[in-house]
Design a protein around this ligand. Structure first.
Ligand code: NDP
Length: 307
C-alpha cells in the first residue's frame, strides 16, 4: 500500500510529490495529462526565480524534479475513474481497470474550463470553438478571432492571439477587467485588438466551421461579427466530483473545503491547488505550490499520528 496517492499532474500535484518524497513517503502520482492547466500558460512571469518561462517548460521542470525521487515516487499518466474508501485507506481506480491503494489521498485535480452554453458552441467545438486561447492561437495565423472573458485567461489569451492573428476581438460583458493590469496594458498596446465591451456572445454561427458570432447588442451597427475562431475563456469550475463522492465537504462556491492544514472534512483526504477553497480562491502557480507543500506535510503528520 502507498503512503500517499496524489491525483493531478499540475503544479500542485508535482509539488506535493516533491515534498512527500522528501518525507520518504511511498508516493503514487497519477493524472490524465502531464502538466495540467500549467501547460496552458503561454508566458509565466510570476514564478519566483524565473523572470519569464513558458508554462509547458515550467511544468516539464516540475515533472523532472518529482521524477528525480526514483525510490519514492511512481508517476503514472492515467485518467482516474473513481476513488473509494477501503479498510486503512483508499483505492484509486484508473482507466484500464488498474487500481492502486493508499493510506492517504491528496486531490490536486485543478479545474475544468467553463462553457457558455450558447447555440452553436457544442456544434462547433473543435471546429473553431476552443477553450484555450494560448494553446490554439497558433492555428489562426492571419485570421480573425474572438476571445470571450475579462479575467487573466482571456486577456493573456488575447495578447497571445494578437501575435499571430490578423485581428482579435476581446469581448467582455463589463467595461472593467478583473485580469492583472499587466496583461490589460499589454493588450491595449496591440493595434490589431478591438475591445468589444458590455456585450455578450449569444450565438456561434457557422457552416462546417465557425464563420461568425452574434452579440446581444449591436457593435458598430451590427449584431454579428465575422470571425474564424472563438476562444471561450470565461473561467473554470473546480474538479471536485471525486472528493464530493467520497463525502468531502464542498464550499458555497463549489470548491473543495479545506482547513489551514489543507485537510478536507474526510480524515486522510487532503486538497491542494485550484480545486480548493484555500488561498482565497486565488488560482496561481505560487498558491498551488504553497497549498501542496502544506498538504504533503499534513499527510505526513496524519501518517505519523493519525490526525
Ligand atoms: P476568472 O474566473 O478569473 O474570469 C472569468 C471571466 O469570464 C470574468 O471576466 C467573467 O466576467 C467572465 N465570465 C464568466 N462567466 C461568463 C459568462 N457566462 N459570459 C460572459 N463572461 C463570463 O477566470 P480565468 O480563467 O481568467 O482565471 C482563473 C484563475 O486563474 C484566476 O485566479 C486567475 O488569476 C488565474 N490565472 C492566472 C494567470 C496568470 O497569473 N498569468 C493566467 C490565467 C489564469 P466578470 O468579470 O463579469 O465576472
Amino acid at each position: 500500500m502507498e503512503d500517499v496517492i496524489i491525483i493531478g499532474l499540475g503544479c500542485a500535484g508535482y509539488t506535493a510529490a516533491i515534498y512527500s518524497a522528501r518525507y520518504k513517503l511511498k508516493t503514487f502520482l497519477v493524472g490524465a495529462e502531464a502538466g495540467g492547466m500549467g501547460n496552458t500558460a503561454a508566458e509565466v512571469g510570476n514564478w519566483p526565480g524565473e523572470i519569464e518561462i513558458r508554462g509547458p517548460d515550467l511544468m516539464d521542470k516540475f515533472k523532472a524534479h518529482a521524477e528525480s525521487f526514483k525510490e519514492q515516487v511512481t508517476l503514472k499518466i492515467a485518467f482516474v475513474k473513481d476513488v473509494m474508501k477501503i479498510d486503512g485507506g483508499f483505492r484509486v481506480l484508473m482507466e484500464g481497470n488498474e487500481s492502486v491503494e493508499g493510506k492517504t489521498v491528496i486531490f490536486a485535480t485543478g479545474s475544468n474550463k467553463r462553457h457558455l452554453g450558447v447555440p452553436g458552441e457544442a456544434e462547433f467545438s473543435g471546429k473553431g470553438v476552443t477553450y484555450c486561447a494560448t494553446c490554439d492561437a497558433f492555428f489562426y495565423k492571419n485570421k480573425t478571432v474572438a476571445v470571450i472573458g475579462g479575467g487573466d485567461s482571456a486577456v493573456e489569451g488575447a495578447a497571445i492571439a494578437a501575435q499571430v492573428a490578423a485581428k482579435v476581438y476581446l469581448i467582455h460583458r463589463k467595461n472593467t477587467f478583473r485580469a492583472e493590469p499587466y496583461w490589460v496594458d499589454k493588450v491595449k498596446e496591440k493595434k490589431n485588438v478591438e475591445f468589444v465591451l458590455e456585450r455578450n456572445l449569444v450565438q456561434i454561427l457557422g457552416d462546417k466551421k465557425v464563420t461568425g458570432i452574434k452579440l446581444d447588442k449591436p457593435w458598430n451597427g451590427s449584431e454579428t461579427l465575422t470571425v474564424d475562431g472563438v476562444f471561450i475563456e470565461i473561467g473554470s469550475n473546480p474538479a471536485v466530483d471525486l472528493p464530493k463522492k467520497l463525502g468531502c465537504e464542498i464550499d458555497e462556491l463549489g470548491f473543495l473545503k479545506v482547513d489551514q492544514a489543507q485537510r478536507t472534512s474526510v480524515p486522510g483526504i487532503f486538497g491542494a491547488g485550484d480545486l480548493t477553497s484555500g488561498s482565497n480562491h486565488f488560482a496561481q502557480f505560487t498558491t498551488a505550490a504553497g497549498e501542496a507543500t502544506v498538504a504533503a506535510n499534513s499527510a505526513f503528520n496524519f501518517l505519523q499520528s493519525g490526525h
